[in-house]
Design a protein around this ligand. Structure first.
Ligand code: GDP
Ligand code: GDP
Length: 454
């Protein structure tokens, strides 16, 4: 589920970027410059109570001149508003209503989005309400007096704002298809598994647009959930081929991983984990895909009561790149536990696209650092985690704001990831933790403020 977006509009110098800085936490400005997150720099993540949301400051986009709002409005401002579930229209209480305010108000009344009217610079206690009252005239409902600089009234503003957000606890999960790649060396049983999936369930073979006839996906539906089995033709492509060094068509496997949400990494129970399996596992993690390890041909293994336990230990230690993946022991031949594979796919796909609220993440962080304090460097300086927030999903990426990332060694970083996993789940999905220091933040924060004013 994408975060709700709030656009903030208003003429220059009313205090838009000051407010955005306050909402996003001045010291904690988030800049979307992580690989894979290519968003405009005017988007900032904020939270209020259980709500996480993104604020887009259209300030730099809308105006060139105080009186020429309409002729100069740019497409981006429209787009930002189209995407928004609410708009904060900011005016300047000290200046009073200007011609540009009238124009913007008139335009906003023609939009279908809810508008919250924030009258800024109302820090003077009694005086503020009087300044705000004048703005009733704009016909946009109750003007809320605030002070972006001092923070007065921003709580009331946010309370008003979040009324327009979907409740994060009752939002329906997305019911789109889950893209599943079945990957593994030749002869591990990929096509047998595919037959097991498509044989029992209704199956539609669907060509992939823009590719050769040879690349074909199959769609399987189960309990109302659609699964797209990627590159079915590649899986079925039959033997009698002289395999070269890259004998199991690693490029084909890499392409399938790239197109998937969830990868079923199939290994042969009789062979155990091979080097090629590890190579595929590394790729799955690099691409940030959810993963289930399927140990096939379990029927052919001689077992006693320890076998599963020992085998699990062995697979987990050798599959270190995807140590987050659940392991399932199946037999495509007898059908044993094959139906359970899609249950695992459902679980890991959900975890992969999961979003955790900032409030919950920080409960875990507080608990984690109270059990085990951040390390102290040889110079006697201690690491401090200020707070964390999730910036994207699929896979989940969490930014941790700290005093200095260098003060956190690998051990401690692993500890924090482990705490997130043991408290919050994230089964089967990679978790990206981004450690951000104070220094880089300040620099980024300043350049962003400038950018917003251009
Ligand atoms: P923007 O162009 O709308 O993004 O406005 P800025 O956030 O850059 O603020 C413009 C000017 O108004 C700056 O000089 C701020 O210091 C000032 N300002 C912002 N918020 C307040 C406020 O709440 N009270 C007062 N008195 N000044 C403010
Ligand atoms: P692929 O190359 O990965 O698609 O593997 P196939 O599905 O073609 O299977 C390769 C061989 O393993 C075939 O002879 C299958 O009959 C056999 N096989 C597949 N699954 C199982 C299984 O669960 N148990 C046993 N004993 N043999 C299997």
């Amino acid at each position: 589920m994408p975060l709700p977006i709030v656009a903030i509009v208003g003429r220059p110098n009313v205090g838009k970027s000051t407010l955005v800085n306050r909402l996003a936490g001045e010291q904690f400005a988030i800049v979307f410059d992580e690989p894979g997150i290519t968003r405009d720099r005017t988007y900032r993540n904020c939270f209020w109570g259980k709500h996480d949301f993104t604020v887009v400051d259209t300030g730099g986009l809308v105006f060139a001149d105080d009186t020429e709002f309409l002729p100069l409005i740019r497409q981006q401002a429209f787009t930002a508003i189209e995407q928004s579930c609410a708009v904060i229209f900011m005016v300047d209480g000290i200046d009073g209503i200007t011609a540009a305010d009238w124009q913007i108000a008139q335009w906003l009344r023609t939009q279908s989005v809810p508008v919250i009217l924030a009258v800024n610079k109302c820090e003077a206690a009694n005086f503020g309400l009087a300044l705000a009252a004048e703005f009733w005239q704009l016909g946009l409902g109750e003007p809320i007096p605030i002070s972006g600089i001092h923070g007065n009234g921003t709580g009331d503003l946010l309370d008003e704002l979040v009324k327009h957000f979907p409740d994060p606890e009752t939002v329906e999960p997305e019911t789109d298809e889950i893209k599943v790649a079945i990957i593994g060396r030749p002869n591990v049983g990929k096509s047998s598994l595919l037959n097991a999936f498509t044989g029992e369930e209704r199956c539609i073979v669907s060509p992939i647009a823009g590719t050769t006839r040879d690349a074909i996906d199959s769609i399987v539906t189960r309990n109302g959930q659609k699964y797209r089995l990627i590159d079915t033709a590649g899986i079925r492509r039959k033997k009698n081929v002289e395999y070269g060094a890259e004998f199991f068509g690693i490029n084909r496997a890499f392409k399938a991983i790239n197109r998937s949400d969830v990868v079923l990494l199939v290994i042969d129970a009789l062979d155990g984990v091979t080097e090629q399996d590890q190579k595929l596992a590394g790729r799955i993690n690099d691409e940030g895909r959810a993963c289930v390890i399927v140990v096939n041909k379990w029927d052919a293994v001689e077992k006693d009561s320890y076998t599963i336990y020992d085998y699990t230990q062995e697979v987990t230690s050798r599959m270190m790149f995807v140590d987050y993946a659940p392991i399932i022991f199946v037999s495509a031949l007898t059908g044993q536990r094959v139906a359970k594979i899609l249950d695992q796919v459902d679980i890991v796909a959900e975890q992969h696209r999961r979003r955790v609220s900032t409030a919950v993440l920080n409960e875990v962080l507080t608990e984690a650092s109270s059990w085990h304090s951040p390390p102290v460097t040889r110079q006697g300086k201690q690491g401090r985690i200020y707070y964390g927030t999730q910036i994207s999903a699929s896979p989940p990426a969490i930014v941790l704001f700290v005093n200095d990332p260098k003060r956190f060694n690998d051990n401690y970083r692993r500890y924090i990831e482990k705490q997130f996993r043991s408290s919050l789940g994230f089964t089967g999905t990679p978790l990206r933790l981004i450690w951000r220091g104070k220094k880089s933040r300040e620099v980024e924060g300043k350049s962003m403020n400038r950018a917003a004013k251009v």
